[in-house]
Design a protein around this ligand. Structure first.
Ligand code: PDD
Length: 279
C-alpha cells in the first residue's frame, strides 16, 4: 500500500512519524474517514467541513488547504487502485520534540492518509443486520470533535466482541448517545424515525445528516430526541449509520429481538437510496 505523509507518497513501511508527535503522546489529533465506491469519494465535502471545524475547535492549523487534501485523497485512491473501501486521514498537532501539555508555538501539523480496501456494498451486516449490547458511555464531553482519542469506543467494541455480538450502543444518564463508531436510530411501532439531537454529546455524523434529509423527502416522520434502551427493545426497527457502513440494520439489542429479527424496511430503504444518490 502507498500512504501519504507530510507531502510524500511512500510505501507504508517507509512512512515514519516522530515519537514526540502529539497524536502519539496525547491523542492530540483529529481524523476523518470517507467511503470510496467505484474509486470515487462519497459525501466528502461534509467530511472536509467537519475536519475544518474539528481543527478550529483545537486550534490546529490546516497543514494544506482543504482542496489540496481532497487532491491528495484522489491521488492516493489512484496510486492504490482503490475501487471500494475507505480513505482515512489524520491531522495531528505535530511534534515539538518533547512532551509538554500546552499547545507548542510554531509546530508543524502532521498529515497522514491511507486507504483501506473493504466491501461496503455487499456487506453481510447490511443484509443480515447486527447484534449490539448497551454499555456505559465513558467518553469525554466533546464528542462533537472527531479526535483520535478513541480508547473508550475501543473498550466498548471489545466488550461487544467478548459477548459475541457486533457492536455496542453507549448509554449516558439512561439514554442512548450513539454507537461505538456510528450514529444510532430506532423506528417506533408508529413508524417514527428517532435519533438523538445534535449536541456535544455525539459526533455530528455526515451520513446522519444525509439520511435525515432523505427520510424527510420520503415523508418519514422524524423525531430528534433522546431514547432509552428500553424504548429501543420495543422498537419496530433499529439501525446505525456511518461513512463506512452507510446504514446497517440492528436486529438484536441486549438479547432482545428487534421487530421480527430481520432488517427493517426503513433501514433497507434509506440504505438503498443513500447508496444510489451518493455513488
Ligand atoms: N466513525 N459517531 C461516532 C462516534 C463515530 O465514530 C462515527 C464515524 C459516526 C458516524 O459519522 P459519519 O457518518 O460522519 O461517518 C458517529 C468513523 C467511520 C470511524 O471512526 O471509523
Amino acid at each position: 500500500r502507498i500512504v501519504y505523509l507530510d507531502g510524500q507518497y511512500l510505501k507504508e513501511d517507509e512512512a515514519k512519524v516522530s515519537i514526540f508527535d502529539r497524536g502519539f503522546l496525547f491523542g492530540d489529533a483529529v481524523y476523518e474517514v470517507t467511503a470510496v465506491i467505484n474509486g470515487k469519494l462519497v459525501d466528502n465535502e461534509g467530511h472536509m467541513i467537519r475536519l475544518q471545524r474539528s481543527c478550529n475547535e483545537l486550534q490546529i492549523a490546516l497543514p494544506v488547504p482543504l482542496a489540496e487534501i481532497t487532491n491528495i485523497q484522489k491521488e492516493l485512491i489512484k496510486k492504490n487502485a482503490l475501487n471500494e473501501g475507505g480513505i482515512y486521514l489524520q491531522i495531528s498537532r505535530g511534534s515539538a520534540g518533547d512532551r509538554d501539555f500546552g499547545y507548542p508555538a510554531d509546530v508543524k501539523p502532521t498529515l497522514v492518509l491511507f486507504t483501506q480496501a473493504r466491501e461496503l456494498l455487499n456487506s453481510p451486516k447490511a443484509t443480515k443486520g447486527m447484534k449490539v449490547i448497551t454499555t456505559e458511555d465513558i467518553r469525554w464531553k466533546r464528542r462533537d470533535i472527531k479526535t483520535v482519542g478513541l480508547l473508550a469506543p475501543c473498550m466498548a467494541k471489545q466488550a461487544a466482541i467478548e459477548k459475541q455480538v457486533d457492536d455496542a450502543w453507549l448509554i449516558e444518564d439512561g439514554y442512548i448517545t450513539e454507537g461505538s463508531s456510528n450514529n444510532a436510530y430506532i423506528v417506533t411501532q408508529d413508524g417514527v424515525l428517532v435519533t438523538r439531537p445534535l449536541s456535544n454529546d455525539i459526533l455530528h455524523g455526515i451520513t446522519r445528516k444525509a439520511l435525515l434529509e432523505l427520510a424527510e423527502k420520503e415523508a418519514i416522520k422524524i423525531e430528534e430526541r433522546l431514547f432509552t434502551a428500553e424504548e429501543a427493545y420495543q422498537a419496530a426497527e433499529a439501525f446505525v449509520s456511518s461513512a463506512t457502513t452507510f446504514v446497517w440494520p440492528v436486529v438484536e439489542i441486549d438479547g432482545h429481538t428487534i421487530g421480527d429479527g430481520k432488517p427493517g424496511n426503513v433501514a433497507k430503504k434509506l440504505r438503498e437510496i443513500y447508496i444510489e444518490l451518493a455513488t
